[in-house]
Design a protein around this ligand. Structure first.
Ligand code: ADP
Ligand code: MG
Length: 876
């Protein structure tokens, strides 16, 4: 049996797009076949049917109406699938044999223009990673906004993972043959779809690269960056099937110009999403994002993701925020204008991909109309950054005028319906509209004149798509119809419909004008679009400035609303915060409820702050507050404090002890140790490190020893000496103050009233002398018997009392001796002190009893004996 011709065509296309679900256009449907059909029916809950395909078995098939494709596509993409769309590419009426079909677009997670993401001001990034010997190049793009950037760095996996966690891509392009281990790791840390391509052939030419951008931009690239860009561009061409004009600027950046924060620390600090709910709510972004525009929303998110590390740049932003903070009316004027500005970057993206409609153009126009207001407000500004925005902001008057003259204020969305082009823009359009209007008026007057002529009051003139204009007369009036005046066209149950030759003539004129208008308006719209497209570079630049301005203005607004203060920035290694607050916790529990705290960190006596105190006292909150204040300062924001002097940090690390990790129990002790080791290897004296209950994930002595050794290492290694906040419930560690340089004890104050603890949330000098675990358990409502018993045990364990804590009552124990015989033994348990020493003694006895001397070599026996003697001596 042979495949049907259609199926042959299907397979020809499918073979080239094996990793995609193929949407094959048949009439008004996109059909999927075979495995694609099975996948789609499962994922989209569609009915799976079958179709004869020439083979013995019917081909599994399922389909979706083409006009509803968008929602299905977005669901499939969200699940990580790629979709290739095969359309008919010739007019079926003219086709000989089977209609030619071809792929017009491939939609993948990294190239999908997601409108829901746009609402959240989220970028959709696609990334290419090129390993070029000892260098790695990364190129990333968001095709909806036209952003395209690249960087390169020494081939180090940790740097790569840090950078990817910052970009947070939806899809990553990697070379075929990359180690599975690396691919898995990248997938695990970004959750992105990994697309492998043969990079040696899957690249655009030098010429194509230079055409897309300018030669100057391309010239400065090193090989790794350049190749990453070439792969990325190739993928855009292959999926979009066109070259996008909004991707016209190649931005180069240096990773080292921004603060390094690894993926885990980003999550722990809850910068843009909360750990528990994985949403924006509860994150730093949630507190800060009061932006008025989408461009501002994306800019602010970028600022949070990429805090600056160059003092001058930080101060430049701070200067702008300060001016807007002090000049409230200026900031309000700016915000009033900003609120009415649409997402210019995304409209530009639509222009470039040919998806723009009249309404978008009106949005663009009204956005451009606000720029003069922005400029006017900025004209008297003084801070260097606002001056710069003022000077660089292009009012784009030419484009605004063109749109103003060219496009109606309320155009139809569909470009093939007419009603887009403004009156007075094109004389032919005006003429045709006049003709159409004249015809319509004539028809409108026809009803009256015919009523008068015939005397039939219920006579109506109407229109339908099949018969065009008609005169309708109801059955009761048939007798009044003048002979020979009307031509009958259609008979209804209770009426007849007529035409006249004059009416038909007028109808032809109207319809002719209408058809011409639709075509002409479409052409004019396209020409306006093309003119605007030529100015995309200018539009994007202004959009970018508007985004930054919005972000800056938002920082001033939240500083005012939340009572933040301008930090001073130093490079002397000092972080000093007076009455600092946690920006998110104070929002959640209410400003009045939050207890502020001071902090002092330096590279001398206050290098490692050892923070002890009971559970729930506020240790974690305090440490994160220091990190967040530092990070906010470096993004150029005011900070929640009375006063702050912040030393520029190159990196911020946070590690939360394994069992303290709320991230869904994924973390194991091993991961915790892996991360601590990563911190010890990568931190510098300019870094800020938060270690929260490190060592908690293992037994007490293990954990304590590890914590101890880590503290020693940090303070002793001259290349490390990073500013560190170390929260721990091992109050034994407080001994280290005085014996290790730079270690300083702090604790969260609690007040003990009788048996209860009250958390004061104040950080005070000096270590906590106990953990108050039992008091906290009491607060949590553990039964009183349990609490009292726990106290008894604790006192005994700590050697404060000699009370026998092991039950002395006989315990009934069933011991199975053989399969058939049961002996019930009653055992009087021995009185013993439950301390660690006796546990170790027990272990020694057990070990001795288990020695199987007869099966040992003399050498083994000697060794074992030697070891046991050694252990016994320790316990003497
Ligand atoms: P720890 O790490 O010591 O166990 P946390 O930092 O997790 O304690 O704090 C526990 C809770 O105490 C927080 O969820 C918060 O609601 C509250 N809290 C912490 N710090 C403060 C503070 N400075 N002022 C008011 N409430 C606080
Ligand atoms: Mg904690």
């Amino acid at each position: 049996m042979a495949l049907t011709p259609m199926m042959r065509q299907y397979f020809e296309i499918k073979n080239k797009y094996e990793d995609c679900i193929l949407f094959y256009r048949l009439g008004d449907f996109y059909e999927m076949f075979f495995d694609d059909a099975k996948t789609a029916s499962r994922e989209l809950e569609l009915v799976l049917t079958g179709r004869d395909c020439g083979l013995e078995e019917r081909a599994p098939m399922c389909g979706i109406p083409y006009h509803a494709a968008a929602t299905y596509i977005s669901r499939l993409v969200a699940k990580g699938y790629k979709i290739a769309i095969a359309e008919q590419v010739e007019d079926p009426a003219l086709a000989k044999g089977i209609v030619k079909r071809d792929i017009i677009k491939v939609i993948t997670p990294g190239t999908y223009v997601d409108n829901n993401a746009a609402l959240e001001n989220l970028n959709t990034y696609l990334v290419a990673i090129y390993e070029d010997g000892n260098k790695i190049g990364i190129a990333s793009t968001d095709i909806s906004t036209g952003e395209f950037k690249t960087t390169s760095f020494t081939n180090l996996k940790s740097t790569l993972l840090d950078e990817l966690s910052k970009i947070s891509p939806k899809e990553v392009l990697m070379a075929e043959g990359t180690s599975k281990e690396l691919i898995d790791e990248i997938h695990a840390s970004t959750n992105a779809l990994i697309t492998e391509k043969p990079f040696n052939e899957f690249i655009v030419s030098d010429k194509e690269l230079a055409n897309q951008f300018s030669e100057v931009e391309v010239d400065g690239l090193d090989e790794a960056s350049k190749l990453a860009c070439k792969v990325l561009l190739k993928y855009i061409f292959e999926t979009q099937k066109m070259s996008l004009t909004n991707i016209n600027f190649l931005e180069k950046y240096e990773i080292l110009n921004f603060m390094t924060i690894d993926g885990n620390s980003r999550r722990n600090l809850e910068l843009t999403e909360s750990i528990r709910e994985k949403g924006k709510k509860g994150s730093l972004l949630w507190v800060m994002d009061k932006t008025a525009t989408s461009m501002g929303g994306r800019a602010l998110r970028r600022w949070i993701d990429e805090p600056l590390i160059i003092k001058k740049e930080i101060e430049k932003r701070l200067g702008g925020v300060e001016e807007l903070f002090n000049n409230i009316s200026l900031n309000e004027d700016l915000r009033t204008a900003l609120k009415e500005i649409y997402d210019i970057e995304r409209i530009v993206g639509k222009i470039s991909s040919g998806n723009v409609n009249g309404k978008d153009m009106v949005s663009l126009k009204s956005s451009l109309e606000k720029i003069p207001n922005l400029k006017k407000s900025l004209s008297s500004s003084e801070s260097p950054i606002l001056r710069e925005y003022f000077n660089d902001l292009d009012e784009l008057t030419d484009i605004k005028d063109l749109l103003n003259r060219g496009i109606l204020n309320d155009p139809s969305i569909n470009l093939k319906e007419g009603n887009i082009i403004n009156d007075g823009f094109n004389s032919e359009v005006d003429e045709l509209r006049k003709a159409k209007l004249h015809g319509k008026e004539w028809i409108a007057s026809l009803e009256n004149s015919e009523r008068e002529f015939t005397g039939i009051k219920s006579l109506k003139v109407g229109y339908n798509k099949v018969f065009g204009y008609y005169i309708e007369i109801s059955r009761a009036n048939y007798s009044s119809i003048p002979e020979g005046r009307y031509i009958r066209k259609q008979t209804l149950a209770n009426a007849e419909r007529y035409i006249t030759s004059e009416l038909k003539e007028m109808e032809d004129k109207i319809l002719g004008a209408e058809e011409k208008l639709v075509n002409l308006e479409y052409e004019l719209f396209i020409s306006i679009r093309n003119t605007v497209e030529k100015e995309i570079g200018r539009l994007k630049k202004s959009a970018r400035i508007i985004g930054s301005l919005d972000s800056l203005s938002t920082l001033a607004l939240i500083a005012l609303e939340n009572d933040y203060v301008k930090p001073s920035i130093n490079e002397d290694g000092i972080i000093e915060i007076i009455e600092g607050r946690h920006p998110v916790v104070e929002k959640v529990i209410g400003r009045g409820e939050f207890v502020s705290n001071n902090s002092l960190l330096n590279n001398e006596d206050n290098e490692l702050l050892l923070i002890t105190g009971p559970n729930m006292a506020g240790k974690s909150t305090y440490m994160r507050q220091v990190a967040l204040i530092t990070l906010m300062a470096q993004m150029g924001s005011f900070v929640p404090a009375k006063k702050a002097n912040i030393s520029v940090c190159d990196k911020i690390f946070t590690r939360i002890g394994a069992s303290d990790d709320l991230a869904g129990g994924k973390s194991t002790f091993m991961v915790e140790m892996w991360e601590v080791s990563n911190i010890l290897k990568n931190a510098t004296s300019k870094s800020l490190v938060l270690l929260d209950e490190v060592g908690r994930g293992t037994s007490t002595y293990d954990g304590l020893s590890i914590a101890w050794a880590v503290i020693e290492h940090i303070t002793k290694m001259s290349n490390l000496k990073c500013k560190t906040l170390f929260a721990t419930h091992y109050h034994e560690l407080t001994k280290l103050e005085g014996s290790l340089p730079g270690v300083k004890n702090y604790s969260v104050a609690v007040k003990e009233i009788e048996d209860n603890v009250i958390f004061l949330r104040k950080i005070v000098e000096g270590g906590a002398d106990q953990s108050y675990g039992i008091e906290v358990a009491k607060l949590a409502g553990l039964p009183e018997e349990v609490i009292n018993r726990a106290k008894e045990i604790l006192e005994s364990l700590e050697g404060k009392s000699k009370v026998n804590i092991v039950p002395s009552e006989p315990i009934e124990k069933e011991v199975c001796v053989t399969k058939t015989e049961k002996h019930v033994k009653s055992e009087k348990s021995q009185v013993m002190q439950m301390d660690f020493e006796s546990l170790e003694k027990e272990a020694l006895i057990k070990e001795l009893a288990q020695c199987d001397v007869l099966n040992m070599t003399p050498m083994d026996a000697m060794n074992t004996l030697f070891k046991l003697i050694g252990e016994a001596k320790k316990l003497q």
